[in-house]
Design a protein around this ligand. Structure first.
Ligand code: AMP
Ligand code: ZN
Length: 669
């Protein structure tokens, strides 16, 4: 191995992980996405030609592996306790009293107060400097091994500069803004939105397909360690932060309970400005020797308590229950309410999720209900205050027809949602267009909801492709109500800009393909380069081609293939092309030029070298590697004991059959 690629590889790994740290741990990005991608692609390219550099701790190995059948159980080295709760100042006084009772008179008690993060519990073990294992809490004694999933979380370094075994505990979470984007994409793809960041985080952690976990923008804060490598909690927190491990960095040492109380008051004032949800303050003993002397009850440690803030709720009256229609036709019931102040904003609408939820909570028009903010997404109805139910409160009847187009609704098996099946339904079209223009998608945010409604209602726009004809319809735009010439020109400029410069991965995201998040969208976009090229592929080939990509599981590949197999979808994509939406993806790793450039190879049978090595030498010489013979495969490199089916398919596709020596000749030519 020449020294240079290995050195460069090491340098790239270091840089990428350092950027991950700045972005996901310090919340202070140091490079643009484009620059990060460039480094990443260079790393991928080096590993293509030097597969031996592709070690498990390379950032390229964060994309997740093959789906599993179930999780392996993990017995925790020491119990993962839940925390005792305090809801009042008196509860805190009582906790302090018990602590002092359990310690010696001469002990100096120091507390550490820190945010209680609303996510899912997680245990992460590092040994010999490597992220070795991750597990959920489970019942406290036995959890589930979620290592593959946790490796996809970029906040967690795969390696640390400390070889001691460290069993760390913390919280896996999702930022509110990320949750909003994920939910937007889920609704667009016909999946149900997560109720809150906590559900999203713990649900994502327990997905059997880690490649789907990789699509979820998860983060981790670590706040406890099982081993006694340090004397105090604060030492531990500060030391792990120096190792690049993620922590909340919002703890404060308190020398008295009064200082703890002051922290709680202060924290309550600022917690809404944090990008993630918190629901309290955890108060812990700082010195480990004191913790060990206090011990635990069967359920809780005696050295910590969680002070919980009252959930932010408000009571208001349901005036009506209306329906929101998604782009896949999913019909979501929405409570229209008397406006009420909640978490600093006035709200008048709250999600009821689906009609099963409405029935389970027995929400009726006229009821007074408790509503709560789930992250910053949309508020949701929590429960009905039954004592306040007026006579004649009207039960909510699930619609039998689409409220927009009148088509009978369908309930898809195994789903809670009711759907309008009419693909031309104006309600669905509006939702599709609106989603298409969102910031995480094609980013044409000048096209707000009101304008989208007007455009669809007047018939000027009938599908997302029609958006790109608007620049030629300036007069019609200006003729719309409340549309000044200047705003029309702004809209037109934004559309032209999107047409010219949005990359292919954004277009893929904008189309809302089930299971395809932004990570998969990028991989797909890099595989095909632009919309036109992808459209030329057969849907069946697309499934096979995508399944070959590291980071795209069979489920995602199938979903894309089915999407591309749909007649209406194909017509729409053709129309987008005609409108000049070319959607080019910046080139992935530049292919190597060499004697095999332009040829593709499938390697099979028993060879004198490991197959990986043969693949590498093909790629080194500029050739492409296929994992099976298919249309367009130039050569089948056959070793000993080749199966008849391979030979048959080579014959079928006109693939030349050669042996290992022939390959060596080709490479040397
Ligand atoms: P609960 O589930 O409400 O009983 O609260 C206990 C859980 O709070 C623990 O299992 C942790 O997952 C979580 N938690 C969140 N933030 C912290 C923190 N800073 N320290 C300890 N536990 C925390
Ligand atoms: Zn409809």
């Amino acid at each position: 191995m020449a020294a240079r690629p290995a050195t460069r590889h090491q340098e790239l790994v270091r840089q990428l992980e350092s950027h991950n740290h700045s972005y996901y741990v310090l919340d202070a990005p140091t490079v643009s996405d484009a620059e990060y991608d460039k480094l990443y692609r260079e790393l991928v390219a080096i590993e293509e030609t030097h597969p031996d550099l592709r070690t498990p701790s390379s950032p390229t190995q964060r994309v997740g592996g093959a789906p599993r059948e179930g999780f392996v159980k993990v017995t925790h080295a020491s119990r993962m306790y839940s925390l005792d709760n305090a809801y009042s100042v008196e509860d805190l006084d009582e906790f302090d009293r018990r602590v002092r009772e359990g310690l010696r008179e001469q002990d100096v008690v120091q507390y550490v107060a820190e945010p209680k993060i609303d996510g899912g519990s997680l245990e992460v073990k590092y040994s010999d400097g490597l992220l070795a294992r991750a597990a959920t809490r489970g019942d406290g004694a036995i959890g589930e091994d979620v290592t593959q999933n946790v490796r996809t979380i970029r906040a967690l370094p795969l390696t640390i500069a400390d070889t001691r075994t460290m069993t760390l505990r913390g919280e896996v979470l999702m930022y509110r803004e990320d949750l909003a984007t994920v939910n937007e994409q889920r609704l667009a793809a016909g999946e149900e939105a997560f109720m809150n960041a906590r559900n999203a985080a713990s649900g994502s952690l327990r997905l059997l397909d880690s490649q789907q976990t990789a699509q979820r923008p998860l983060r981790v804060f670590l706040y406890d360690m099982v081993e006694r490598h340090f004397k105090t909690h604060v030492d531990m927190l500060e030391s792990i932060a120096k190792l690049g491990l993620p922590s909340h960095r919002r703890h404060r040492v308190c020398n008295s309970l009064d200082e703890v109380k002051a922290f709680i008051v202060e924290f309550d004032k600022v917690r809404h400005t944090l990008p993630y949800d918190t629901d309290g303050v955890v108060v812990k003993i700082n010195h480990y020797d004191q913790r060990d002397r206090l011990g635990a009850t069967t359920k809780f440690p005696r050295w910590a308590i969680a002070y919980k803030f009252a959930a932010e709720r408000a009571a208001t009256k349901v005036i009506d229950v209306s329906c929101d229609l998604g782009r896949t036709g999913a019909i979501t019931p929405v409570a229209e309410m008397e406006p009420v102040l909640l978490g600093g904003t006035t709200v008048a609408r709250a999600s009821l999720h689906n009609y099963d939820y409405v029935a389970a909570k027995d929400v009726r028009v006229g009821d007074t209900v408790w509503i709560e903010k789930a992250g910053e997404v949309i508020p949701q109805v929590l429960e009905v205050i039954k004592e306040k139910r007026p006579k004649g409160a009207k039960a909510v009847v699930p619609p039998s027809e689409c409220p927009v187009c009148g088509t009978p609704v369908k309930r898809i098996e195994g789903e809670a949602a009711l759907r309008c099946t009419n693909t031309h339904c104006k309600g669905r079209v509006k939702a599709a267009i609106f989603y298409f223009t969102r910031r995480s998608a094609m980013d044409i945010d000048r096209l707000g909801w009101v304008l989208v409604e007007q455009l669809v209602d007047t018939g000027i726009v009938q599908d997302v492709a029609d958006i790109f004809a608007l620049p030629t319809k300036r007069e019609e735009l200006i003729a719309l109500e409340r549309m000044a010439a200047k705003s029309a020109d702004n809209v037109i400029a934004a559309i032209d800009e999107a047409r010219a410069s949005r990359t292919f991965d954004r277009l893929i995201t904008a189309l809302g393909i089930p299971l395809v998040g932004t990570v998969a969208a990028k991989l797909i976009a890099e595989r095909y380069g632009d919309l036109g090229t992808m459209l030329e592929r057969e849907p069946a080939d697309i499934a096979a081609e995508l399944a070959e990509i590291h980071g795209i599981g069979p489920k995602i590949a199938e979903s894309v293939s089915a999407f591309m197999d749909d007649k209406a979808t194909r017509a729409l994509l053709q129309k987008l092309l005609k409108m000049g939406v070319v959607a080019v993806q910046p080139k992935a790793a530049a292919p190597v030029e060499g004697p095999l450039t332009g040829s593709s190879f499938c390697v099979t049978g028993v060879l004198t070298q490991p197959r990986e090595q043969v693949h590498a030498s093909i790629r080194d010489a500029g050739g492409e590697v296929h994992d099976r013979v298919k249309k367009g495969t130039t050569y089948l490199v056959a070793g000993e004991k080749v199966g008849q089916s391979k030979l048959d398919s080579a014959k079928k596709h006109g693939t030349k059959i050669i042996n290992e020596q022939d390959l060596a000749h080709l490479i040397q030519s």
